[in-house]
Design a protein around this ligand. Structure first.
Ligand code: BTN
Length: 108
């Protein structure tokens, strides 16, 4: 259940995840959001996290959006089902969160 590096993944929303290192459990990569209904699209942001035999997580800070997302998932061959939480500040200034799921598929 290791994470191959380098590897390139896309989720069902069209967003891209490039893993360029997964050394001794630490994940480094780049995430580019292309999901409809979300801001900060088309900008590559650093992704950082951790991978273990039982799963992985990674976090992306969307600097221009004052938000960040945490993905937690598992690697099943060329599929990576995840659940995510997007932390943001709503238009009244209240810290808020939104949850969902993404399935990443390995492209190369
Ligand atoms: O709108 C924002 O505050 C920043 C962009 C958030 C994009 C989210 S992260 C979880 C979900 N999966 C994607 O590929 N994009 C959205």
């Amino acid at each position: 259940q290791g994470l191959p590096a380098p590897s390139y993944w896309k989720n069902e929303r069209g967003s891209e995840l490039l893993i360029w290192s997964a050394n001794s459990g630490t994940i480094q990569g780049t995430f580019t959001n292309h999901a409809q209904g979300f801001a900060c699209q088309g900008i590559p942001y650093p992704a950082a996290g951790s991978v273990s035999p039982t799963g992985l997580y990674f976090v992306v800070t969307f600097a221009q959006c004052n938000s960040f997302t945490r993905w937690v998932g598992t690697i099943k061959g060329s599929q990576m089902p995840t659940s995510w939480t997007l932390f943001y500040v709503d238009n009244k200034g209240k810290p808020s969160r939104l949850k969902g799921g993404d399935i990443f598929t390995r492209v190369w």
